[in-house]
Design a protein around this ligand. Structure first.
Ligand code: SF4
Length: 510
């Protein structure tokens, strides 16, 4: 069997025609001919002028779409689909990213906002799975030729976000936030069973350094392509000097048979050598900084206690990383954010040390697993652990994550407790959006959701998205489409064999 291939190409600028030619060459090298329903998933976790380095640029997607069409044979649908982050409507993220104009230019290209589509249950059979099934939007489940088009970035929860990690966007928030905690890497590995891309093309022309939502620009001037996610991510790790096995979701996917991590088992080809790519990436900063260290030297004292786990002493996939992303959003909105924040103590997990809060300094316990018994400001404070074991959570019971409902809830909470020194925010995880709103309230900062130039398009996109969902419901279309596990079908005792290098899994909804 041929080795998985990763193609490294010099690509110095966001020129859709240049990218089109490179994508066409890549498809040719990999002997791929797109056909049927072709779905391209970019990374548009967030977009707009405040977040220029966070998303797959539209010129890049345009070039890849044109390249796919050039090489296509019997394409019945050419589409782009994504679920953006922090509870925003994807329509808004697409608009701010310039995707609607891009789709117009390409012509005959559909855009799917995944949260507006039916969610299809995909059963899981492999050993070590977190759940017996996962939900994914119908366009993903129905794709014949799935293309992953991530952005080359660092990540505060998972070190990096290349191809495998970008799969968090193939779930809507209500499903995505389940297990988005200390087991996030396992969740990402489980998502791989839903579908495997036939073609991967990463936007590494300007990479995103240090963070996920507000990364710093890092010019790499390259475009990488491949046909196997694990091999692809491993080469990306080598480019930035990381051992791929040190990134937990890559290791898990490798151990489950999704692909090799050793360079001896991967064909690395193209007009740019791996050594040249490594030279370009020299000094690239990845993520994974503990919250205590992240906030050193600021008015926030953070305490990262362990989550409820015997294997993890820190919740890398949940609340602490969300606080890091939240403060960075506020910093790009207002350069005075740190100066405006009053002295505040923020506690995650089980904290057994002291909390040295002076008079008037607020103490915020974030997350269901926060736990503390001790003195604060001369008073005995008891914060019980109210974490619900994940086995008690069911995707069908997961609630809609509405941004305005979150704003209302957070504001009511903060106003009703404005005179209390100690606060607790419930949730698992407490999302980036909720933590942004909490910091806004604590520091009396500008609410980024209400920035005048953002508020109108944001609200219009929100209303448009909700209206479409409502119309679908009124037409009798259920949001979740249960598969065989919810209908009570018997299951195999063990996992199906690991998928091949780039073969999408069949599933009952197709
Ligand atoms: S409540 Fe937050 S910190 Fe605790 S396990 Fe859940 S996501 Fe992690």
């Amino acid at each position: 069997m041929a080795k998985p291939t990763v193609i490294l190409r010099d690509c110095p600028r966001y020129d859709a025609e240049l990218i089109r030619g490179i994508a066409r060459d890549g498809l040719d090298t990999l002997e791929l001919r797109p056909s049927g329903r072709v779905l391209l998933k970019p990374n548009v976790v967030i977009s707009g002028p405040l977040f220029p380095n966070a998303f797959t640029r539209p010129e890049f997607v345009e070039g890849v779409l044109r390249g796919l069409r050039d090489r296509g044979e019997g394409i019945s649908e050419l589409a782009v689909g994504e679920r953006c982050g922090i509870t925003m409507p994807t329509r808004y993220a697409f608009k701010e990213a310039g995707y609607y104009e891009m789709a117009e230019r390409v012509g005959d290209t559909r855009l799917y906002c995944f949260e507006e589509e039916q969610q299809v249950e995909i059963p899981m059979y492999h050993a070590g799975r977190l759940r017996d099934s996962l939900y994914t939007p119908r366009p993903v489940a129905a794709a014949d030729f799935f293309v992953n088009c991530p952005k080359f970035k660092a990540h505060p929860w998972t070190t990096v976000t290349f191809s495998l990690k970008a799969y968090i966007g193939i779930q809507d928030d209500r499903h995505r936030l389940i297990d988005h905690d200390h087991l996030l890497n396992s969740k990402i590995a489980d998502l791989q069973y839903i579908v495997q891309p036939k073609f991967i093309a990463i936007d590494a022309i300007t990479a995103g350094e240090g963070r996920m939502l507000t990364p710093l620009p890092f010019d790499l001037g390259l475009m990488a392509m491949g046909n196997n996610q694990v091999a692809f991510d491993s080469v990306c790790c080598h480019i930035v000097g990381l051992d791929p096995l040190s990134v937990e979701h890559i290791r898990l996917a490798h151990e489950r048979g999704f692909g090799p991590v050793s360079l001896s088992e991967i064909d690395v080809v193209g007009d740019l050598s791996l050594a040249d790519a490594q030279r370009r990436a020299s000094g690239f900063k990845t993520g994974l900084i503990r919250v205590e260290d992240y906030f050193k030297g600021t008015n926030i004292s953070a305490y990262g206690g362990p989550p409820p786990s015997t294997e993890h002493d820190y919740c890398w996939g949940g609340c602490p990383g969300a606080l890091e992303e939240a403060i960075e959003i506020l910093r790009v909105v207002d350069l005075q954010t740190d100066a405006k924040m009053p002295k505040t103590h923020i506690v995650f997990g089980k904290h057994e040390g002291s909390i040295d809060a002076g008079p008037g300094e607020r103490v915020v316990f974030i997350g269901d697993c926060a736990e503390y018994h001790g003195q604060i400001g001369g008073q005995l404070v008891q914060i019980p652990n109210i974490y619900r074991d994940r086995s008690t959570l069911h995707p069908l019971e997961a609630k809609d994550q509405d941004i305005f409902a979150k704003m209302l809830k957070t504001n009511v909470e903060m106003i009703s407790k404005r005179n209390e020194q100690v606060l607790r925010l419930e949730g698992c995880p407490v999302s980036v959006a909720e933590q942004v709103l909490t910091l806004v309230s604590l520091g009396k900062l500008d609410n980024p959701y209400f920035k005048p130039d953002l508020a109108v398009p944001f609200t219009l996109a929100y209303l448009s998205s909700k209206t479409r969902l409502l119309l679908k419901r009124l037409s009798g279309q259920p949001y979740n489409v249960p598969g065989p596990t919810q209908r009570g079908a018997s299951r195999p005792a063990q996992n199906a064999p690991p998928p091949g290098a780039s073969a999408p899994l069949e599933h009952p909804s197709k």
